[in-house]
Every structure is written in structure tokens, then in C-alpha cells.
Design a binder for this molecule. Structure first.
Ligand code: ZN
Length: 325
């Protein structure tokens, strides 16, 4: 179904672009995207710690969400922007019609190409967490760490007891999965940092030779896998635990504010009503004070003149007693 000849017609026929080990297949509206992705892939075709990949890769760009789902199959998560099928050296990506939550297409492609490169070098040896962590590391997904800094899961459940236990989280809905991706990303970048000079290259070599991640870690870094995981847990909690608590406190305050605002509003309304009564009383007092002042003025005015004031001309009404509005 992915082969160019079998692609269904959609606003013109799908076209293929070839360069080096890459073949891109895209419909006309996605050709500019395909070209820029092909440039990026060809220009940056090495992956940390691995020999330059040689396997031919087919990248199919799906013109719409429906086609994407058809091509990736029912196993793909809804939130995925792309999927790599390492056994077939294929990648299916969303095209220019994808929403912004699909991410930067170049970074997405680089992530999927890293999966293929890792698979080409090590076959099925890497567990899921390493596979995802490595892809994120190779694609420079630094912002993955931000997820940890605000992770409710990190505070609620702490760091998972082992990296292998992340496995379920990759399938556990978008937010759980993004936490798992972030933890996996951190773990792989921490492994790469164990050897400042050679990074992951010796480790990958030993892993391939021995078929064991634990033995490769011992040989490359002088640390056992369980030793690394224990250290990694402590470090991650130290690094992100406080931030996560702070982030969650912010959420808590926002929630409190959300709950308190209606209460304050009710109170304010009650206060407003009280103020209105007070104002009415005040106005009445004012009026009383004013009229008594007027009385006093009139009284004194009536007393002072030697002769009474002339009567008002006929036809005019006396000034109203009440205040004017
Ligand atoms: Zn991935």
C-alpha cells in the first residue's frame, strides 16, 4: 500500500523523490515539505554513537489524517505525528495538513530516522524505553525535560522503579506517554554523558558484541545497569522533584483561586448590598442634616431682618422642600 504505484489518487498522483538512501513519496501539495525534509535528512545523516546508516529508507507523507491512520495501522497511537516501521525501513508521516501538535516535521523525521538507524545497528536488542529515549536524544528534543519539570506524575507516583516499567506508559494516553518519553530521553542522555569523549559509541559496540545491555554498560562505563538506574532515579528526582512540586503548587493555587473566586464574588455582592443600604441611610442622614441646616438658616434669616421679606409675587410657587434631583 505504501509503494508509489499502489497509492490512491489524491489531487494528482503521488510522486517520488530520490536522493542517496532516501525515497520520499508525497502528493503534490506536500512536495515542498517532502523536498525540505529530504534535504534535512540527507545533510544530517549520522546518529550519535552509530556508524553511518546504509539501509534504503522509504518515507511516505500522508496527505490527511485518514490516510495516515490507514497507512500506520490500528496499532499507532492517535497522538503520533509519525511512525517508523524498522523491519520495513519505512516511515509514515503526516503531511502539511497536520495540526501544530504534530510538532516540527524535521525533528519528527529525525526522531523516526534515529529509530531506523538504531534498529539497523542493534536489531531488536534495545528495549522500548531505550529506543524512544535514543530517538529523542538524536533528534535533540531538549524540551522533553520541560515535561518533567511540570510533571504531576513525577510528584504523585515518583520516578518509576525501573526503566523497563516505563513500557506500559508509552501506550498509556498522551500525557502519560509524554512523561515516559521525557524520562526515557533523560535516561539516554545521562548514559551518553557517562563517557564525555566517546558518548554512546563504545557502549553500542559492546552491546552488539555481547547482546547484553548490562554487560555493555559495565564494559563501556564501569557501571551495572541496575547501578545506573538507581543513580538515575536519584538524580532525576533531585533535578526535577522540586520543580515538579513547585509546578504542582502553582496548579494547586490556580485551582484554589478558581474555587475561591465564586465565593469572593458572592461576598462582594453581599457587601455591595450592604453598602447600598448604608448609602441610603447616609443619604437620608444627609438630607436630614441639610434640611435642619436650612431650617436654622431660615430661622436666623427670619430673625435678622428688621422688616419681613417681601411676599413672593403672585403665581410663583414656593421652593420645593425636598431636594432637587
Ligand atoms: Zn519514537
Amino acid at each position: 500500500m505504501l509503494a508509489p504505484a499502489a497509492l490512491p489518487a489524491q489531487a494528482g498522483a503521488a510522486q517520488r523523490l530520490d536522493r542517496g538512501r532516501f525515497t520520499f513519496v508525497a502528493f503534490p501539495k506536500d512536495l515542498p515539505l517532502a523536498r525540505s525534509l529530504l534535504d534535512a535528512a540527507a545533510q544530517n545523516d549520522t546518529f550519535p554513537g552509530l556508524a553511518r546508516p546504509v539501509a534504503h529508507v522509504l518515507v511516505a507523507i500522508a496527505p490527511d489524517a485518514q490516510r495516515f491512520r490507514e497507512w500506520t495501522g490500528p496499532g499507532a497511537p492517535d497522538w503520533g505525528a509519525a511512525i517508523a516501521i524498522p523491519d520495513q525501513h519505512r516511515i509514515v508521516m503526516q503531511g502539511s495538513a497536520a495540526g501544530s501538535d504534530a510538532g516540527d516535521p524535521r525533528a519528527v523525521l529525525r526522531h523516526e530516522l534515529a529509530h531506523l538507524a538504531l534498529h539497523e545497528a542493534l536489531g531488536d536488542l534495545p528495549p522500548r524505553w531505550f529506543d524512544e529515549g535514543y530517538a529523542g536524544y538524536a533528534a535533540g528534543e531538549w524540551d522533553r525535560s520541560d515535561v518533567l519539570a511540570a510533571s504531576v506524575g513525577l510528584v504523585m507516583h515518583g520516578i518509576p522503579s525501573s526503566l523497563d516499567s516505563l513500557e506500559d506508559d508509552f501506550h498509556g494516553g498522551a500525557s502519560r506517554a509524554s512523561g515516559a518519553y521525557a524520562l526515557a530521553y533523560r535516561a539516554v542522555s545521562d548514559i551518553a554523558a557517562l563517557d564525555q569523549r566517546r558518548g554512546l559509541s563504545l557502549f553500542f559496540e559492546y552491546w552488539k558484541q555481547t547482546g547484553s545491555m548490562d554487560r555493555a554498560m559495565r564494559q563501556a562505563f564501569g557501571i551495572t545497569q541496575s547501578g545506573f538506574e538507581a543513580e538515575w532515579r536519584t538524580r532525576t528526582m533531585r533535578r526535577y522533584g522540586a520543580l515538579a512540586v513547585a509546578a504542582n503548587l502553582t496548579v494547586l493555587f490556580a485551582l484554589l483561586a478558581f474555587l475561591l473566586v465564586p465565593l469572593l464574588w458572592v461576598r462582594r455582592r453581599r457587601d455591595n448590598r450592604r453598602m447600598a443600604v448604608l448609602r441610603a441611610v447616609e443619604a437620608a442622614n444627609d438630607r436630614a442634616a441639610r434640611s435642619s441646616a436650612l431650617d436654622a438658616l431660615l430661622a436666623s434669616a427670619l430673625k435678622t431682618p428688621a422688616s419681613p421679606p417681601p411676599p413672593p409675587p403672585p403665581g410663583t410657587r414656593s421652593a420645593p422642600a425636598d431636594e432637587e434631583h
